[in-house]
Design a protein around this ligand. Sequence first.
Ligand SMILES: NC(=O)c1ccc[n+]([C@@H]2O[C@H](COP(=O)([O-])OP(=O)(O)OC[C@H]3O[C@@H](n4cnc5c(N)ncnc54)[C@H](OP(=O)(O)O)[C@@H]3O)[C@@H](O)[C@H]2O)c1
Length: 321
Amino acid sequence: MRAVAIAKRGGPEVLELREVSTPEPAQGELLVQVQAAGVNYRDVYEREGRGVYADTPIGIAGVEGAGTVTAIGDAVSEFSPGDRVAWHASPGSYAEQVAVAADEAVLVPDGMPTELAAAVLLQGMTAHYLATSTFPVKSGDETLVHAGAGGVGRLLIQIIKLRGGRVIATTSTAEKAELARSAGADETIEYDGFSERVRELTSGVGVCVAYDAVGASTFDGSLGALRHRGLLVLYGQASGPVAPFDPERLRTRSLFITRPVLGSHTATRDELLQRAGEVLRWVADGRLEVRIAGRYPLARARQAHEDLESRRATGKLLLLP
Ligand SMILES: NC(=O)c1ccc[n+]([C@@H]2O[C@H](COP(=O)([O-])OP(=O)(O)OC[C@H]3O[C@@H](n4cnc5c(N)ncnc54)[C@H](OP(=O)(O)O)[C@@H]3O)[C@@H](O)[C@H]2O)c1
């Protein structure tokens, strides 16, 4: 079968389309014919060996996707060949076939296109936990969402609005500002001077929560945009890692900071099914709109990474094997 390998740590050019042997489903695993694989920032960090990924072994890229079960390993009772499933944490997903742990798979709802499930699972569950668990947004809460036209950003804006919050979103271009507004953002602002602008838009008070996955270039401003006892949710580092941080800086307004990951919010089968189920239901009934911004054959995985990293992407990017 064909798959996209990370030949060595580096830029998008290290992604190579290769002929490799088809995986065998081990005990507790499903073999899946991949219909769509999700392209995520995590894949970029892993390719570069950034942060916690410095020591992970390199191999086939990608962790997210959806497709049809073609075979099952021993001790699998929940799924059968022919089922359509989606997953968000199975290494080797940039491939025609992948072995997925049955514990990590969720059924794609009847009537939902398979590629739509691949497009929403990882980013949708991320937006879901950020707005419902990390900081459960309630009616009237003022929030800041960075990169509001991004994959997670647009979904996060929509979920905050479903919960009655107000959203100020940063974006880098007028076209992206329009996309953030179409997701429900109340205000869109530029990155330049965003901290001061947030204070103006909140009558000098600041926001209760700042959702920041841009990292290095926005971290200080995000802290400055918070109200007393506000929470900075640093959930990624698209612009690079944040420099070491002195906790004394939280003292000015008794601020909080957290660095959450999706894995802690899908750690049990029950929580995964509950979170994925709610996200997929919201997509199915139209409460959550998913924007697929690019579809690429496996051979163009490099281009997909370039588009994500160069800020050209305005929504989900998918590889279609
Ligand atoms: N912790 C978790 O559980 C978790 C899970 C999923 C994703 N994430 C994080 O969420 C973030 C967004 O992921 P995504 O897949 O949805 O990507 P994305 O938002 O579609 O793309 C990243 C966006 O960040 C903005 N950005 C600002 N400065 C940038 C820079 N120097 N370089 C690149 N981008 C920059 C760009 O939007 P503008 O041009 O509008 O600035 C860009 O489009 C990533 O940091 C990712 O690691 C975290």
